[in-house]
Design a binder for this molecule. Structure first.
Ligand code: FES
Length: 226
């Protein structure tokens, strides 16, 4: 029969040996293997992270600069109604083809406002669109004798309407008011209406849809959509 005190001493010695194995630095081969595994894990994490980050960042970041959006055509009848415009602003409908990074392409019915005017009149009525304090627009404000306005109120994004009686654009949400040329004259909006690019191609008029940041005095591009 074995002595229990000897058995206990042996068991404790074995335990100490096992625990001390974790403190040992290991052989050269073991160290090389561990280093390789650690580097491989880091490299794999980096590749996976990069693969996820590129589309996410691409979807989040706005695409800046002129022409970053694509052009959506106005129907021939809408283009005709703009050409026939006199003093009264014209509401122009068209179809936006929206492309999101992860969603299938969508068609959305949208509208913009168009007014007939001249470069000279607009420079007088809306100097904020032509100065270089960060609020100017990077495309011609007046094109072919027209200005196109985004229908989105720069305050908090409601759709404003035109009142023929008052010859003003009026926002129903918080009472912001704008002149026919889009200058801000009343209410909480921090700036005037936002113009959108307009051009003619093969006899058809096209517009680019831009979303600007709301509630900021400066005109900051949030996204371009076609
Ligand atoms: S959203 Fe137009 S006034 Fe507030």
């Amino acid at each position: 029969m074995s002595d229990p005190s000897v058995d206990t001493a042996r068991a404790q010695a074995a335990k100490r040996k096992i625990l001390s194995a974790y403190d040992e630095p290991g052989t050269h081969d073991e160290i090389t293997r561990r280093t390789f595994m650690a580097n491989a894990t880091l490299a794999m994490s980096g590749i996976i992270g990069l693969g996820l980050a590129i589309p996410i960042i691409g979807a989040i970041l706005p695409h800046g600069g002129e022409g970053a959006g694509t052009w959506a055509p106005l129907s021939p009848s809408e283009w005709k109604s703009l050409q026939a415009a006199t003093e009264k602003p014209v509401q122009l409908s068209f179809t936006l083809k929206s492309k999101d990074a992860y969603l299938p392409p969508q068609s959305i019915n949208e509208f913009v406002w168009g007014i007939k005017t001249t470069d000279e009149k607009m420079r007088k009525a809306r100097p904020d669109l032509f100065t270089s304090k960060g609020a100017e627009v990077p495309y011609p404000v007046v094109n072919m004798g027209f200005v196109i306005f985004s229908p989105i109120c720069p305050h908090l994004g409601c759709r404003f309407d035109y009142s023929a009686d008052q010859n003003k654009f009026l926002c129903p949400c918080h009472g912001s008011q704008y002149t026919r040329e889009g200058a801000h004259i009343a209410g909480p909006a921090p700036r005037g209406l936002d113009p959108l690019p307009l051009r003619e191609r093969s006899g058809a008029a096209e517009v680019t849809w831009i979303r600007y940041a709301q509630s900021t005095p400066s005109r900051i591009v949030v996204s371009y959509t076609s």
